[in-house]
Design a binder for this molecule. Structure first.
Ligand SMILES: C[S@@+](CC[C@H](N)C(=O)[O-])C[C@H]1O[C@@H](n2cnc3c(N)ncnc32)[C@H](O)[C@@H]1O
Length: 237
């Protein structure tokens, strides 16, 4: 279904992942996030390299389940369980429907990702989700994820990022707006979404992500993909 949520701007409230967003999420994310398809495909590639037999995979902030599908459809390891976690009941409903019959060995869990215990895992993915977690809770979450990973396991994080140089930030922001315009969003829709999401989606710069991975204890972390102001990171335990 086409995203037309911000065509009407009456009663603008802070953005939430409610039923109206869940219904159009697949269209919204593809038309708003440059490189989204590649982010998902990279996860499919990485499960082959970093997945381990007899371990858990976690898709945190699973929304409609694109990452769980990439994990399940590309998995070449044995006896894995995919745990798709989201705290939006509407997203959980969509996710269950999307995964049913396409992959096996999965659970869709309605929970805050800060409240889950991570155990015996080889792959944990935060695709466009950490940016919605309170800034002062982010390090504790990454620490917990690190503790739940087996040696050699990985955390894959994709996020909207910002840049410290104002000129760089302005240029990339303009290109991101062009991306949205090219995908059919009007100036009104772009402005309304920006206003609705600005208190909810809080970006970090790349260095903050690297510092967090280091503080948690990851052996190695790198940025394996970037498209404009969206970047994907691989942190290896
Ligand atoms: C931008 S979407 C993620 C997109 C999805 N990972 C994908 O690749 O298509 C963010 C999701 O994170 C969920 N979310 C945000 N904060 C959360 C939290 N603390 N616990 C669980 N889910 C959360 C939202 O409900 C939403 O579905």
């Amino acid at each position: 279904m086409r995203d037309q949520i911000f065509t009407k701007t009456n009663d603008l409230v802070d953005f939430t992942f409610d039923k109206s967003v869940a219904n159009v999420f697949d269209d919204m994310v593809r038309r708003s996030v440059p490189g989204y398809q590649s982010m998902v495909e990279m996860v499919g590639l990485m499960v082959k390299t970093y997945g381990q037999d007899n371990t858990n995979y976690y898709d945190l902030g699973a929304s409609t389940g694109a990452i769980s599908l990439a994990l399940g459809l590309n998995n070449n390891h044995h006896n894995n369980r995919i745990n798709a976690v989201d705290n939006s009941i509407d997203m959980v409903g969509k996710c269950k429907k999307n995964l049913k019959g396409k992959i096996s060995n999965f659970d869709v869990i309605c929970s805050d990702i800060n409240d889950i215990s991570y155990e015996n895992s080889s792959i944990i993915v935060l695709n466009l989700t950490l940016q919605f977690v309170a800034v002062d809770q982010r390090q504790a979450l990454i620490n917990k994820i690190y503790q739940g990973l087996n040696p050699g396991g990985v955390l894959i994080v994709s996020e909207k990022i910002h840049f410290d140089d104002p000129k760089h930030q302005a240029k990339i922001t303009e290109l991101h707006l062009d991306f949205k315009r090219a995908n059919g969003y009007s100036e009104l829709e772009i402005a309304a979404k920006r206003q609705s999401i600005e208190n909810v989606l809080i970006t970090d710069n790349k260095q903050t992500h690297f510092d967090r991975f280091n503080n948690a204890g990851f052996d190695q972390s790198l940025c394996h993909f970037q498209c404009l102001n969206f970047a994907s990171f691989l942190a290896i335990k």
